[in-house]
Design a protein around this ligand. Sequence first.
Ligand code: ADP
Ligand code: MG
Length: 254
Amino acid sequence: MALLEIRDLRGGIRDLEIVKGINLTINPGEVHAIMGPNGSGKSTLGKILAGHEEYQPAGGKVIFKGKDLFELTPEERANEGLFLAFQYPVEIPGVSNAYFLRAAINERLKYHNKPEMSAGAFRRHMNEKIKLVDMDPELAKRPVNEDFSGGEKKRNEIFHMAVLEPTLAILDETDSGLDIDALRIVAQGINQQRTADNALIVITHYQRLLDYVVPDFVHVLYQGRIVKSGTKDLAHELEDKGYDWIREEMDAAG
Ligand code: ADP
Ligand code: MG
């Protein structure tokens, strides 16, 4: 069974349709990269899937682990193993990173009728993941993302992913704002979390992340639709040629 099946998904914000008919099937173990020019609807797609309150589906269907995704609340989606790393991570003043993550893990355990994780077990789990993403342990004690640098926020998103161990993670431009060393560490952290059972959607502008997190499929989103799909070679082609040829092809096709 596919992990995620998106069928003719349309949606956006209020009466503005941004995503205009997307079809995409993601199987366990796969990495899909979504590329495309600015404003093509990549972040909107992620937000509709995660259940951002302002971004709503307007048509089509999404099946996640055999369930109708839009019948689930955002919290239920997270508890089912869906995770979105934001392009612009949100700050949560007054709530420490560690507290936030422990609450999220325990919510999920409760949802699955399992006992809570003890404070000690959580600390061990967290410390292991801090090492995995080579994050400053002090950041775990501070309020979520508050006054973090751009790079620290991105690394923190991957830390959250590592702690929460999602079945399907959507990473929205997690590579932007990272220098090359941080990018490599973050990519290693992502790769170490890959299993045969989980999958990744990597939204990115740049080929460089895909040198480390090698995608099985690359899709180009343009004006709310997937207009081209291919293998990792397509990402190289885009890096070399930019997006203009996609625009030209689309305009020629009318
Ligand atoms: P991408 O992530 O591919 O750069 P986005 O999904 O962020 O693109 O945005 C797609 C289009 O939708 C853009 O033209 C953007 O300005 C518009 N858009 C996104 N969110 C909103 C919003 N809240 N209000 C108005 N327009 C929006
Ligand atoms: Mg975006």
